[in-house]
Design a protein around this ligand. Structure first.
Ligand SMILES: [Zn+2]
Length: 367
């Protein structure tokens, strides 16, 4: 993935084609609502559109490095207004400090629109977009842009608009200033006022494919290919989730998953129970879901190796230990194990099913 223009947006070929065509015909609607799961590129696309309008080199989607692109990404460009949900100011906190935190988190979001922003530990209330923010937006949107051009207003996480804020935004949508594009993004458009949704053109973003996530991790975040492939499988098509996994103690968890695999297929029942107990005692309960996801990815790798379809993307160390595992367990029923793990994942958050499959595959209901 290059770092220029719409290439900064991973995957989303259908959406990119639609937007490129609308921009080419200068027919982008004045208000567009981007919907779709978190971490699939709604904000990344919106930022690229904004940069493209101001870029000194007129690169569609923005070059990201010229003076105007730089000013936009630092929130210093009058042609770009960016709003995201924020927690309210705690009473004892000075205003100056509060706005400094908001600005810093805003810049972080623009630097990497795929990654969700957390305001903890400084600010802890549920983030909202309040009436004051929308009022300020409306005032500013009526100021002339020096030198002309198109102004982009990006409202990220629009489902967090309070009702008064949404009503205020409605006025802006009803009488949009000239040469202004209003982009709303939301993973849950059902929470928006229907009157807002009806005034926007809705554009749905799909989950990213595993290979789009993998490519983005490798090319843009310099993740080693082996790790990128594994994380992509666990990401559920969300780069936010993928980056969270990449930042976390991925290697430790992967080791845990491999240990779980060994316990699951320990042939001696008494030894299996003993090893399962040791494993569970040493594993944080909150990590069970991650370990199950990794276990599933490991099983899929095992299947590929057994079928001789291993395409060389596994690093030699990982491939070596999985191949050794297969040699030690020649009659392994991988399909059945994968089905058990999948069911354990589906049964969800109760954290009881990993223990069950460690003790015996047959204990998971429905196997
Ligand atoms: Zn530029």
């Amino acid at each position: 993935m290059s770092t220029v223009g719409f290439d900064r947006v991973a995957g989303q070929r259908r959406v990119k084609a639609l937007i490129a065509s609308a921009l080419g015909r200068k027919r982008l609607p004045h208000a567009v609502l981007f919907t779709g799961p978190a971490g699939v590129g709604k904000d990344a696309m919106a930022v690229a559109i904004a940069l493209g309008f101001a870029c000194d080199d007129r690169v569609p989607g923005g070059c990201g490095v010229c003076r105007s692109c730089g000013r936009m990404l630092r929130l210093e460009h009058p042609g770009f207004q960016f709003v995201q949900p924020v927690p309210t100011k705690p009473k004892p906190m000075k205003e100056e400090k509060y706005f400094e935190i908001l600005r810093e988190r805003g810049l972080a979001r623009l630097r990497n629109p795929y990654r969700s922003v957390t305001f903890a530990p400084e600010l802890t209330t549920a983030p909202v977009i309040g009436i004051d923010t929308v009022r300020a937006l409306r005032q500013e949107s009526h100021l002339m842009l020096f030198g002309g051009g198109t102004r982009v207003i990006l409202i990220s996480g629009a489902e967090c608009l309070t009702v008064p804020a949404a009503n205020s935004l409605l006025k802006l949508l009803e009488e949009p200033p000239e040469d202004t594009v209003i982009l709303l993004t939301s993973p849950s458009p059902g929470l928006l006022l229907p009157t807002i949704v009806s005034r926007c053109q809705t554009l749905r973003f799909d989950r990213l494919s595993e290979s789009d996530v993998e490519t983005a991790l490798i090319e843009r975040w310099e993740t080693p290919p082996d790790k990128a492939r594994f994380i992509a499988r666990m990401s559920g098509g969300s780069l936010d989730r993928a980056l969270e996994l990449a930042d976390g103690d991925f290697e430790v968890r992967r080791d845990s998953a491999f240990q779980a695999l060994e316990v699951m297929f320990e042939k001696n029942p008494a030894a299996r129970i003993e090893r399962a107990e040791t494993f569970l005692k040493n594993t944080d309960k909150t990590e069970m879901q991650d370990i199950l996801q990794m276990l599933l990815a490991l099983l899929r790798d095992l299947q590929q190796i057994r079928l001789g379809r291993e395409d060389g993307r596994l690093d030699t160390e990982a491939a070596g230990s999985l191949a050794a595992f297969l040699r030690a367990h020649p009659d392994l029923d991988i399909d059945r194990a994968a089905r058990s793990v999948l069911r354990a994942i589906d049964f969800g958050q109760k954290n009881v099913y990993l223990p069950l499959i460690l003790y015996s595959l047959d204990q998971v209901p429905g196997n």
